[in-house]
Design a protein around this ligand. Structure first.
Ligand code: NAG
Ligand code: NAG
Ligand code: NAG
Ligand code: NAG
Ligand code: NAG
Ligand code: NAG
Ligand code: ZN
Length: 495
């Protein structure tokens, strides 16, 4: 049966995508902050900006990291003291932390046209020839699945076969086991019981020092899903995540709904987020999380071809909606997960939980809840640790603890210092998927691969009658709000 996907109004979607709005605000702020240069750093920044502008990037991109040009005298003074990861980590006033600054290695890369414009949908329009060639070598083997809806997540006009969910579209009904052969299933939980897989998305946030200081004091590591545009905007803050011993994964370049993008855009979103982390932190990540969870077999295939395992979540705090849901509602969501730890829900598998370093509210709530999480769960660990993934990056020199070591108290093993490149370096990518039909062994996550075709996603098929999306698995008011807004008889898309 073919059916029209739900009639999510623009207003409903706006309510469901708070973080998108936050990013738009930040983009505007970055542009508004630009002011005449008043120091030599600022002059250098200006030069970088012009170089960027002259290759016809957007005004937004000129604000990136060139931003020492921004700002007041005070902010410039703070920026001047921020020369490396450690000095950036030492800034404790959030306003100072978020003062734009110029970091020469990244400024040079921007001037060289290595990255697309920040916060714009990535494409290959200004790509170096090797990147375009890489895409061309891949494009013909990408599953032939049409883009869905809009990059803002409006799926109202999408025609989709809900009965068979042929694309294993997570947003439709949380499918996680690909229908196409050779594509790895998503990681969304951990094999260790009574474990909270700790993840924070949308960083690095410029004001994260208090939160990261707290994690450091608690000797607590997490999996951090970094947005490429934030990494380029706040390079020293991104380096802190690695230096502190967190596990770093990618979260796309501009944080859009990936299933809406063309092959080229989806490739560029994934490629450039991985590239930004490599150039700024010096490591090649092998994991990513789709913004809003929005992924299907076409997007999974592209990610896997770029050597990245898709990581979702089992439980959602909905903290990214804190401004509209209220703090109390998000606390109730946290509390539900804590309660479930007491009734055997996680006695076989542990959970991976979605939470954010999006802004001060989500970070302060995360901080407040960490002791409660540690009280309710036996173990609170990064995803890679629960999976014994001791070599999360392609580069040697970074050895993370396995699960036994971590819970035994060794939470950091061997970590090379983060080092930004000042000239363009190429990514080492497996690209062995698809064209050859084999699955790359260099992806350390989840060794199981889907045997193909007929594998239905048990969770999804058990939950949904044809044509009607069930709000399975989600806690909190958002689901009710979305379902309510859509109304009886229509089909809803859960975010
Ligand atoms: C990639 O392949 C798709 C068809 O699968 C095609 O529509 C598209 O034009 C190709 N893109 C490029 C840039 O070649
Ligand atoms: C466990 O607790 C959670 C949260 O209160 C609840 O949603 C779930 O249904 C409970 N499960 C069982 C098996 O009691
Ligand atoms: C544990 O998780 C795996 C997927 O990671 C799943 O296949 C299995 O069914 C889960 N077991 C239980 C008892 O939920
Ligand atoms: C980072 O957090 C600050 C403080 O809450 C917030 O104002 C800002 O919008 C966040 N930045 C991004 C890029 O989300
Ligand atoms: C951040 O949140 C904490 C806890 O709610 C609050 O005490 C603090 O004033 C907030 N900081 C800013 C800069 O808003
Ligand atoms: C992790 O390693 C331990 C031995 O140190 C083993 O018992 C456990 O099964 C491994 N877990 C996974 C997910 O491989
Ligand atoms: Zn996100």
């Amino acid at each position: 049966m073919r059916a029209t996907l739900a009639l999510l109004s623009a207003a409903t979607l706006a309510a469901a995508c708070g973080s998108e709005h936050e990013f738009a605000k930040v983009r505007r702020a970055a542009i508004e902050r630009r002011a005449p240069a008043s120091s030599s750093a600022a002059a250098a920044a200006s030069a970088a900006s012009s170089a960027v502008a002259s290759r016809a990037a957007t005004t937004a991109s000129a604000a990136v990291n060139s931003a020492a040009a921004a700002a007041t005298t005070t902010a410039t003074a703070a920026a001047a003291t921020r020369t490396d990861e450690a000095s950036a980590a030492g800034i404790k006033d959030p306003a100072q932390e978020c003062a734009p600054y110029y970091y020469p290695p990244v400024g040079a890369l921007i001037a060289d046209g290595v990255f697309p414009a920040i916060w714009e949908i990535a494409s290959l329009s200004t790509a170096k020839p090797d990147v375009t060639a890489l895409f061309q070598s891949l494009n013909s083997s990408i599953p032939n699945i049409a883009p869905k809806g809009t990059p803002q997540g409006d799926f109202a006009s999408v025609q989709y076969d809900g009965a068979t969910d042929p694309d294993c579209w997570w947003t439709y009904r949380q499918c996680r086991t690909p229908k196409r052969e050779g594509i790895k299933p998503d990681v969304y939980n951990v094999p260790t019981p009574d474990t909270w897989g700790l993840t924070y998305d949308d960083g690095p946030n410029c004001s994260h020092n208090a939160f990261y200081d707290y994690l450091e004091q608690q000797n607590q590591k997490a999996t951090m899903f970094y947005i490429g545009s934030n990494v380029v905007d706040w390079p020293l803050e991104a380096q802190r995540g690695l230096a502190d011993g967190h596990e770093i994964c990618a979260h796309t370049w501009s944080h859009r709904y990936m299933t809406a993008l063309t092959n080229e855009q989806a490739f560029a979103e994934l490629y450039y987020s991985k590239k930004a982390i490599k150039e700024v932190l010096g490591v090649t990540v092998q994991c990513w999380r789709p913004p809003y969870g929005d992924v299907d077999d076409r997007i999974r295939y592209i990610a896997q071809s770029l050597g990245m395992q898709t990581i979702g979540w089992e439980d959602n705090t909905f903290d990214y909606e804190i401004a509209t849901l209220s703090r109390a509602t998000v606390e109730a969501n946290y509390n539900d997960i804590l309660k479930a730890a007491g009734n055997g829900t996680y006695s076989v598998n542990g959970t991976i939980v979605l939470s954010h370093e999006l802004n001060n509210d989500t970070m302060s709530l995360a901080q407040e809840y960490l002791p409660k999480i540690k009280a309710a769960f036996k173990h609170v660990v990064p995803v890679g640790v629960a999976l014994n993934n001791t070599a999360p990056y392609v580069e040697p020199g970074y050895t993370y603890p396995n699960f036994a070591q971590y819970i035994g108290g060794t939470t950091t093993m061997s970590l090379a210092a983060p080092t930004a490149a000042s000239t363009d370096i190429s990514l080492s990518l497996p690209l062995s998927t698809g064209a050859t039909g084999s699955v790359s062994a260099t992806v350390a996550y989840a060794s199981a691969t889907n045997s193909g075709g007929s594998a239905a996603d048990a969770k999804a098929s058990g939950k949904s009658a044809a044509g009607r999306v069930q709000p399975g698995g989600f806690a909190g008011a958002l689901v009710a709000a979305v379902v309510g807004a859509v109304g009886a008889g229509a089909m809803a898309v859960m975010l």
